[in-house]
Design a protein around this ligand. Structure first.
Ligand code: HEM
Length: 132
């Protein structure tokens, strides 16, 4: 078995689960009363996305000695995903830390922003995949 493919496949499996957590978690929270539980799920999901995303680069580097050779739209898509991951993590963390003193409008806005970042990131993933 090719060790590099195995490493990519295992990393991708966890990356895919992270994508499900941030997307489904944010949408489910909008319709649920258990919002804090979902906030933990979504926070963990964004952290997993950042870590497994970075691991793709580490795997490439350790097998080839350099990062994947991508440019143009693929780089734009990757940067958008990174911005989404940082923003999503920050909003979920802020929600868990401060939302006790927020009004309903701010809480609703936070969940809509989290769902939007998840959808933008998932859409960018498709562009990264097919333009690289
Ligand atoms: C720091 C943030 C991230 C980095 C560095 C990153 C990096 C990557 C890389 C290198 C790939 C493999 C692309 C390829 O097959 O050519 C990938 C795939 C993927 N990523 Fe990310 N990612 C990040 C965040 C996210 C987020 C936030 C989501 C979703 C919410 C996401 C969803 C996906 C999906 C669904 C794939 C599989 C695409 C496919 O093969 O069709 N990623 N990511």
């Amino acid at each position: 078995m090719n060790l590099q493919n195995l490493a990519y496949a295992l990393d991708q499996s966890i990356h895919n689960l992270g994508a499900v957590a941030v997307t489904a978690g944010a949408v489910a929270a909008i319709f649920s009363k258990e919002k804090r539980r979902y906030a933990w799920l979504v926070l963990t999901g964004w952290a997993v996305q950042g870590a497994t995303g970075a691991l793709f680069g580490i795997i490439s580097y350790s097998f080839y000695g350099h990062l994947p050779d991508i440019g143009g739209i693929a780089v734009d898509a990757l940067v958008i995903k990174m911005i989404c991951a940082v923003s999503g993590f920050a909003i979920a963390a802020l929600y868990l830390w401060k939302s006790g003193s927020w009004g309903e409008k701010a809480k609703k806005g936070a969940w809509h922003a989290l769902a939007t970042f998840a959808f933008v990131a998932i859409t960018s993933a498709a562009f990264l995949r097919w333009f690289s």
